[in-house]
Design a protein around this ligand. Structure first.
Ligand SMILES: [Zn+2]
Length: 381
């Protein structure tokens, strides 16, 4: 597959990309000529960037509406509040079988241009190949919500894989102390990847290989977020959305919220979604370079610079999502150029009035979910 005439997000350099065997085979400043073996897609006024890496989500929780109507001190206060006040809403969503909820979580990410998601919780079985669901780590919920966390953390059989744990998700002293407790119980010196870290100090964060910043979720729950402007000196920052239980389905609104804090420069924020995550999770993706996995997103160039255009992207602007060299999603406007694509492998959906072809049968999935949970609301039709 040849992708002609796209601009790299942030730098605006014009490039042409050849994808072969699931990898980025060649990057050239000159458009590739047509060949008989490869099909060619030419773009007009479009940016390209690596498929986003969402370093924190709970795939099975994305049918929930955001629950909570207050500012809470920490996640345990919020947890107790929602179980008391939204019992029926929670029960209604949990009627949907887990595999259907997981599948919707995968689609939620794909329609935003995420090609890898780090799922927190029980390992899921997914053969869809729509995106990469990364599970080569140990999920421990948190010090407060996982009873046997000390045993799990110090399990010698898991010594060589990273531990991902919610930590410091609060603004009170208890949230701060919980982090010290976690660090002091890491007897095997496991690689720790913390999620949230709103209460974390510069000194504490040195004990973590990386911190997943989830500003959307943090502001919703706590009206505060992690001080990543100070933490960035001491650890690697990654970006996460968490589930719709605590925020918007659209990762781009989380990214814009993050940008508004001015805690990170544009390039630093971009790196949390791409190269930092790829390096931390040891993925062969996260950058546009030869021999990397062809996880790529092409989106309409909006007003202004290529950098602004990246941050102003929304799912309706996405023209193409490529996962390991295969097209997972494309906009209807490209259909004339994609005549060798097997349309029977895709379904048609509308996102904010634009028509996309998406791999698999998403309308059927939404219909199945509604049989269990008729109030389910989706951002696509
Ligand atoms: Zn979470």
């Amino acid at each position: 597959m040849l992708l002609n005439n796209v601009k790299l997000a942030l730098t605006a350099s014009k490039v042409n990309i050849r994808v072969s065997d699931g990898k980025i085979a060649q990057i050239s400043p000159h458009p590739f000529p047509a060949t008989s073996e490869e099909f060619r897609v030419s773009f007009d006024n479009a940016i390209i960037f690596p498929g986003l890496i969402n370093s924190h989500d709970h795939l099975d929780f994305n049918l929930f509406p955001a629950l909570g109507d207050n500012t809470y001190k920490n996640y345990t206060e919020w947890g107790a509040y929602i179980h008391k006040n939204y019992k029926d809403k929670i029960a209604a969503v949990l009627k949907v079988p887990g595999p259907l909820r997981d599948q919707w979580g995968i689609y939620k990410n794909l329609i935003c241009g995420v090609t890898t998601v780090i799922n927190h919780g029980k390992k899921i079985k997914d053969q869809s190949g729509l995106i990469t669901v990364y599970q080569d780590c140990q999920s421990i919920h948190s010090v407060q919500f996982e009873k046997k966390w000390k045993l799990a953390l110090n399990n010698p059989l898991k010594k060589n894989i990273p531990v991902v744990i919610h930590t410091g998700e609060g603004t009170d002293v208890a949230s701060l102390k919980e982090i010290d407790k976690l660090i002091s119980w890491n007897l095997l010196k496991r690689v720790l990847i913390g999620v949230h870290g709103v209460a974390i100090t510069e000194n504490q964060v040195k004990s973590f290989r990386a911190l997943v910043w989830c500003p959307g979720s943090n502001y919703f729950l706590l009206n505060q977020t992690a001080p990543v402007n100070r933490l960035k000196k001491h650890t690697t920052l990654l970006f996460g959305t968490d589930s719709t239980l605590t925020g918007d389905w659209n990762i781009w609104s989380h990214i814009r919220l993050a940008r508004k804090t001015k805690f990170l420069a544009d390039k630093e924020l971009y790196d949390t979604l791409t190269i930092n995550a790829a390096n931390t999770w040891k993925l062969n993706s996260g950058e546009i370079a030869e021999n990397k996995d062809a996880d790529l997103v092409v989106a309409k160039m909006k007003n202004g610079s290529a950098s602004n255009s990246f941050f102003e992207t929304d799912p309706e602007d996405i023209l193409m999502v490529i996962h390991k060299g295969k097209i997972s999603l494309f906009d209807e406007e490209l259909i004339a150029q994609l005549n060798s694509v097997k349309l029977e492998n895709y379904s048609r959906i509308y996102i904010n009035g634009t028509c996309k072809y998406i791999q698999g049968n998403l309308p059927e999935l939404m219909q199945k979910i509604k049989q269990y949970y008729p109030e389910a609301s989706f951002p696509v039709i």
